[in-house]
Write a protein that binds this ligand. Structure first.
Ligand code: 4AD
Ligand code: MG
Length: 456
């Protein structure tokens, strides 16, 4: 069923509605987002009742259809008496179809208002749990399936869709080919402590922590590839940044070096932020994002080596020992100093995963890079150059206590035409949290999975 010329009729329509529908059988069903283009015309809207108030003589209904909100106004004489009464008794989130003519009104949300001529109740709702009053976070999370209907949450879903589309379109435009990585995996990619084990017939398998190893194989087949999918980490951390299930895009690029992927990350982030600013003004307003903070996201982004980052932390009175990984407060301290993302490079070998290439000029550190978002959002991208040598990789797998056998297929990539290659993983939820200015990553994904949250 497509919006446009379709005309909806039900037997529940009142006499006035019937006569309206009979004289104008092709009243177009439009989306509220398109209403401004139909000012002066009679249209049909299909949605749910967001609010209602009545003076007894005039009723004001605010209808939402997923694309926007429309204030619909009816005087007693505008509707059949039974329609008027049906509306007076209507609870929040009742589904309805309304018809009327659109007129410009600066006071109405979206600048357009509907003069109501007919209304059909599709389904009544009583006692919708989420009312305009304040609710606690736990209550809202328990009702996530209904909370999604609130304008702020709906705006975040749209922002998320735009960020994902921007990621993919950018990679496609740069000639990267989408390759899907498996979800059931036989071995660890990002350390063994966060694995989710599942029964796989007579074997055990793990939910994928990252598609990277498979992308390395695909890059040797296609040159430039990326995967986009969910990642699972049994992280026992209850922070504002950690999800148990999150979505990640992972490009991998044969013959590329650390510098090549850092430049790619910069192009990707500049393009993504610009696109969201360009296309999602309404949504950014709805989530009350200060967009001037996003407008400064332009190339070049600052860069800093891990060594210098450690020195800086110590200088500014947040003691930090060389060799450790940055925690959220350290990342915040580093990234807060900039108005655009910061690249931190050359982490100690011990901090990064087994596959990371050591720096030939300083074997204490490796060719790795994390991208830290500004405003204290912390790491949104992790990546770097991969180990190209079979001997070094074999040794590193031993050092990490990983079973050689499980990685024989991965080592084949070094046996048959190994080349320098590099890539990264960018987290959708962390990136969206920054772009939308969220306090907590839980609002960045439709149904978050967190340490103490598996439902709904
Ligand atoms: O830094 P990570 O662990 O890197 C990898 O998984 C590499 N294999 C990626 C690659 O080089 N192909 O994760 C990459 C990104 C992080 O920067 C972060 O944005 C996101 O994934 N991420 C999480 N997001 C939400 N919750 C978590 N628990 C996350 N863990 C990682
Ligand atoms: Mg990381």
């Amino acid at each position: 069923m497509s919006a446009g010329t379709h005309s909806f009729r039900t037997t529940r329509m009142g006499p006035a509605a019937m006569s309206t529908s009979d004289t104008t059988p092709t009243t177009p069903w439009i989306a509220i987002a398109e209403a401004a283009r139909h000012v002066g015309a009679e249209v049909e809207l299909r949605g749910w009742l967001a609010h209602r108030r009545s003076s007894g003589k005039v009723q004001f209904l605010v209808v939402r259809d997923g694309t926007g909100l429309m204030q619909c106004v009816a005087g007693r004489g505008d509707l059949a008496p039974e329609d008027w009464e049906a509306l007076e008794a209507l609870g929040q989130e009742s589904a309805l179809i309304v018809r009327g003519s659109l007129r410009a009104d600066a006071r109405a949300p979206g600048g357009v208002e509907m003069g109501l001529r007919a209304a059909t109740v599709v389904a009544r709702a009583e006692g919708f749990p989420i009312t305009p009053k304040e609710h606690g976070t736990e209550f809202l999370m328990d009702h996530r399936h209904l909370w999604l209907r609130s304008p702020r949450q709906a705006a975040l879903l749209r922002l998320r869709a735009e960020v994902i589309a921007a990621f993919r379109d950018h990679m496609n435009a740069e000639g990267f080919v989408l390759v899907d990585a498996p979800i059931f995996t036989p071995n660890a990619c990002e350390g063994t402590t966060t694995l989710f084990e599942v029964a796989y017939f007579d074997e055990r398998a793990f939910l994928s922590q990252s598609g990277q190893l498979y992308m390395e194989a695909a890059a040797m087949a296609l040159g430039k590839v990326y995967c986009f999918g969910p990642a699972f980490r049994a992280e026992k951390s209850k922070t504002r940044r950690h999800l148990i299930e999150f979505w990640m895009m992972e490009p991998e690029w044969a013959f590329a070096t650390l510098d090549d992927v850092i430049a790619l990350e910069e192009r990707l982030l500049v393009a993504t932020v610009a696109r969201v600013l360009d296309r999602c003004g309404e949504e950014l307003k709805r989530v009350e994002r200060d967009t001037t903070r996003l407008a400064s996201v332009r190339a070049p982004f600052p860069r800093m080596r891990y060594d210098d980052a450690v020195e800086l932390l110590n200088q500014q009175g947040t003691p930090f020992a060389w060799g450790g990984d940055f925690g959220a407060p350290d990342e915040t301290a580093l990234s807060e100093r900039h108005d655009r993302p910061l690249f931190v490079t050359h982490y100690p070998v011990g901090v990064k995963a087994f596959y990371t290439e050591p720096d030939p000029e300083d074997p204490r550190v490796c060719l790795s890079c994390d991208c830290l978002a500004p405003e204290g959002y912390g790491e949104i991208i992790g990546g770097g150059q991969r180990m190209a040598s079979l001997e070094a990789l074999t040794q590193r797998i031993d050092e990490h206590g990983l079973p050689q056998q499980a990685f024989e297929w991965y080592k084949d990539l070094r046996r048959y035409g190994t080349v320098p290659h590099a890539g990264f993983g960018i987290g959708v939820e962390r990136t969206l949290s920054w772009i939308a200015g969220l306090d907590h990553v839980r609002e960045s994904i439709p149904f978050p999975r967190m340490l103490y949250r598996l439902r709904p």
